[in-house]
Design a protein. Sequence first.
Length: 590
Amino acid sequence: MGKIVKVSGPLVVAEGLSDAGMADIVLVGAERLRGEILTMTGDRASIQVYEETAGLGPGSEVVTTGSPLSVELGPGLLGNIYDGIQRPLEEIRKLTGAPLTRGVDVPALNRSNKWAFKATLKAGEKVEAGDIIGTVRETSAIEHRVMVPYGISGELVEIKSGDYTVLDVVAKVRTVTGELADITLMQKWAVRKGRPYRKKNLPLVPLQSGQRVIDTLFPLAKGGTAAVPGPFGSGKTVVQHALAKWSDVDVVVYIGCGERGNEMTDVLTEFPELTDPRSGEPLMKRTVLIANTSDMPVAAREASIYTGITIAEYYRDMGYDVAVIADSTSRWAEALREMSGRLEEMPGEEGYPAYLSSRLAQFYERAGAVDCLASEKKPRKGTLTAIGAVSPQGGDTSEPVSQATLRIVKVFWGLDAVLARARHFPAINWSSSYSLYLDNLRPWYDAELGADFSLNRVKASAILQEEADLREIVKLIGQDSLSPADRLTLETAKMLREDFLQQNAFADIDSYSSYDRQHRLLSLILQYDELARPAINAGNQERVFGIAARALISRAKTIPADSYVNAYEKIARDLREQLNVIAAGGTAND
């Protein structure tokens, strides 16, 4: 048992802790506030406390638990709302009311709920760590797969189906040493240690988000990493909500680490009301929310990132596709900076700790497409995709957090305040954004959509880039000086921006666009550009821009999902007929 000698905000220094170790969880003061040991010098420890330290003073007791910060993993995670150290906020509110009381210790998983466990293996079978021994219907959307915990392997000597709590023993394994190991529905894992897997693979399948600017121009692979930097008001939260709702993943872990309280309130009230488009059930049935707002202790904000990604790894290990959305890593980095300053560490650029880049890498590198840990006879694959929002001050992406993030992630969706003010959403700037997964994903595109999809993407990017160059010329000498071909380029680029890239997240028809629909719509716009070249070079500019099919393309994204295929094919026929007539010297009405 130790005694406090110093309190500095969330940092507490205690001595007499010779029996404690680095990263141990300790209980501080009479209220037994939870904290984590950051540094140790002899028997003196510097502790970050995960709750408000008001009232603590020298002489208060500190007791070590002897174990690191860990999360409880088992059925009951989905649909729950936790704080940064996995305390169930709704359960605490029921006990203490609002605001939440300090020092309340409520288990992350309900101890009284009984789950219907269905055994999938029989006694006498050999098992290894990661093998699935049975299932639990956690929600109507997700089947929870009960796995042999890491470090246990041997012969299954007892297993039976039935209704169990998370602490009940559902199976026993005789290990190679002859000992009996109990398996329950729940297991624990230290959050700062990545869960093991058999092999990490190249991500070769795109994460289908339903957002055209993302899926077509800057795709993210399942098991990949992405950053969404942008200034205040540029639509980061809406983009993340769209990704959480529409992405073709099985489980979503949303981490609100340090964002404003009213913004997090919107998330907590909106998510339970969202409907999962895949199942028609509430989206929360495949979602875990972690809420740690900007006015909550910074230490818990720092821990929330690791809590969230450990939960995500657990579902990845079951063989699911999982997405982690962190909003935002800038606030998380500010928590690192505050704790580093209180520890009197040597500051790096803009006061951030020198290890900022390595800590960011530790988070993003836990993403991946993996062969899960299991016996070779029962292989399975899972993916974990990490998407981090970055909130640079003033939208300046040259600051340390943005730059450190860009060195790690492979997809950059740069949000633009100018586009946001022009009401162009998603406000992802097509000139500054990029994806490094295009080569990996091309075989999938060629097989699923045809080789022309990748070619169309290249053409569209080139037209948008050419538009940016032409705009500079127009600023200097005016649009009248442009050639007819250049004017057509500007018109096509306008169609790409307004009719393809711009998307309304609040319109049922336009909020989600399938890959097939994206491919067909982009082909229509590029077909207009190709067929209009001969006509416009013949001096028929106004007639080309005014054809009826051009107006139909501008409304094509609002055509209902059950009828767009026939409608797009008809627009393509009309387009060919009208432009061929104009190119031949007639009018579109001939």
